[in-house]
Design a binder for this molecule. Structure first.
Ligand code: F6P
Length: 525
């Protein structure tokens, strides 16, 4: 790696024994100095284990990696995804640019809003004249998770049909959603969400949904009861979706970066076009921050640099994402795909093996539940875990004390991880000597707090864009392609070979473990 990378490595080595207690003791304004605003987001990274010199060196690394130029390349349609020969245009989805790409994206968003508003108003109805009361989105990964997170976060704004999300090829999920909610074919609209329109799980379930509609209402009803959100309009049309119900996005929008595209259609139907525009406005606010703020004050860039610092310089392989908000309960899963599918790579853009750690494992759960589960390991286990706490001041209108307790818990957990409790402090509490080691907290475990005043469409847009940009910046620093995902392909190929073995159509030509388990499968009743 470059000279600047080595400078950062040297600082990390020099600071390998530093302690958060000392860092805070030596600078009473550390909190103020190691925090940044980003529109409504306030990002406190003072409890990260690094000095001002470490931070300056990381910012210099971002300059060296050409982060600003890369962002400009996103807007101009440069081929930043070199292994798929594609531009990386998700920022164009919410921009005011008037390039052909941006205009094409804006047109599709307007089409999606128009269709959604007609459904909400009952101007577009099912084949038997019933208004749609249920929207069932069938999609997986990037064609599912963003919508799921937004649907949870914006529950208070749902004014349209109920929305359900099916991502599992296991038929149980679809069957349960249809049965438990008493959905009727007459008033149900399916949205088949798939960039490629070939994803096995999605197409299997979409086929079952089509059968459900066909059996109840006849084959002709498919045109009225299905919408596609896709970058493969011809494939969707061949599948049976009527062309006026195909909402398009483009191959230059990565699946996990597609939430600002027509993939957000279920949100538009359930919350309305104005709320979706507000969400896009939130994303655009973060985009503007990223594009116009010097790198040292650029919150998503600094967030990305801290990730590089923790993974590559401090050998932490784990990032826990802990939201303190019920509305953000599935945000860790969304970020898991966004960050690890983007940066779980071990070759550089030009195909050389990396010599440093890239994406950590990203995982997590909502704070109050996590505290009564895996926080034991976070405080006293042996893994080197870093944490992103996400706090919200107002999550509900009517329980200020519950919200306050949640926020206090987040601050308490972050402080406990950082500063721990020494054996001396434990003894001072009068704890018997035999329990002192058990009740000691070594601390020095880094975390950041990312806080927003309230959860709504505007702040949700800001938050998602914050992490999208952090993922991209990390990729540029690590010199990997954050926009492809070749690592998911081998499993798909092998599934296609193994499935005929399970049905007995082909004999196993594979390893002894796989063929033994295929035998077991065939022998079960
Ligand atoms: O297999 C991984 C993946 O391609 C993700 O990148 C994507 O979000 C998901 O599958 C769904 O793909 P599609 O939208 O094409 O169905």
């Amino acid at each position: 790696m470059s000279g600047q990378w080595q400078v950062v490595e040297r600082i990390a080595q020099d600071e390998s024994n530093s302690s958060l207690r000392q860092l805070f003791a030596s600078d009473s304004e550390r909190g103020q100095k190691f925090s940044l605003p980003c529109n409504d987001i306030f990002f406190d990274f003072s409890k990260q284990l690094l000095s001002a010199a470490g931070l300056d060196a990381l910012v210099a690394l971002a300059h060296e990696a050409g982060v600003q130029e890369q962002f400009a390349g996103m807007l101009s349609g440069a081929e930043l995804n070199n292994t798929e020969h594609r531009s990386v245009g998700h920022m164009l989805m919410r921009s005011q640019e008037n390039s052909p790409m941006a205009v094409a994206a804006q047109e599709q968003t307007e089409r999606a809003i128009e269709l959604a508003e007609a459904i909400r108003a009952g101007r577009i109805v099912g084949s038997k004249g019933h208004v749609f009361t249920a929207i069932v989105n069938i999609g997986i990964g990037g064609s599912d998770l963003g919508n799921v997170v937004i649907a949870d976060a914006l529950e208070a704004w749902h004014t349209g049909p109920d929305c359900y999300f099916i991502s599992s090829i296991d038929p149980t999920q679809l069957d349960l959603v249809l049965a438990r909610n008493n959905l009727s074919p007459e008033s149900t609209l399916f949205v088949v969400a798939s960039k490629t329109f070939t994803t096995q799980e999605t197409m299997h379930i979409a086929g079952r949904a089509r059968e459900w509609i066909t059996v109840a209402l006849g084959a002709e009803a498919v045109r009225d009861h299905f919408v596609a959100t896709t970058a493969a309009p011809k494939v969707a049309a061949a599948w049976g979706i009527s062309s006026d119900r195909i909402l398009e996005f483009f191959d230059w929008i990565g699946g996990r970066f597609s939430v600002s595209s027509v993939i957000g259609f279920p949100t538009i139907v359930s919350c309305g076009g104005d709320i979706f525009r507000e969400f896009l406005r939130g994303m655009s606010a973060t985009d503007q921050h990223v594009l116009t703020t010097p790198l040292a004050q650029n919150a998503p860039v600094v967030h990305a640099l801290l990730g590089v610092w923790n993974s590559s310089m401090r050998q932490s392989t784990s990032l826990a994402v802990i939201p303190y908000s019920h509305g953000l309960r599935r945000f860790p899963t969304f970020l898991q795909q966004l960050l690890t599918e983007s940066n779980g790579k071990s070759v550089t853009v030009d195909g050389r093996e990396v010599t440093y750690a890239t994406s950590p494992v990203v995982w997590g759960d909502v704070g109050p539940a996590a505290q009564h589960s895996f926080f034991q390991m976070m405080h006293q286990g042996t893994n080197k875990i870093c944490t992103d706490f996400i706090g919200v001041k107002r999550t509900s209108q009517n329980d200020e004390s519950g919200q306050r307790t949640m926020f206090a818990s987040m601050l308490a957990q972050s402080a406990a991880l950082a500063f721990g409790k020494t054996a001396q402090e434990v003894r001072a509490d009068g704890v018997p000597e035999s329990l002192v080691a058990h009740r000691t907290f070594v601390g020095n475990k880094p975390s950041s707090c990312i806080v927003i005043p309230a959860l709504n469409a505007f702040t949700m847009g800001q938050l998602i864009a914050f992490y999208e940009h952090s993922a991209a910046v990390q990729g540029w620093i690590w010199k990997i392609n954050s926009f492809d995902q070749w690592g998911v392909e081998l499993g798909k190929e092998l599934t296609a070979k193994i499935e005929p073995v399970l049905t007995g159509k082909q004999s196993a030509q594979t390893d002894s473990s796989t063929s033994m388990l295929a035998d077991w499968y065939r022998q079960q009743k």
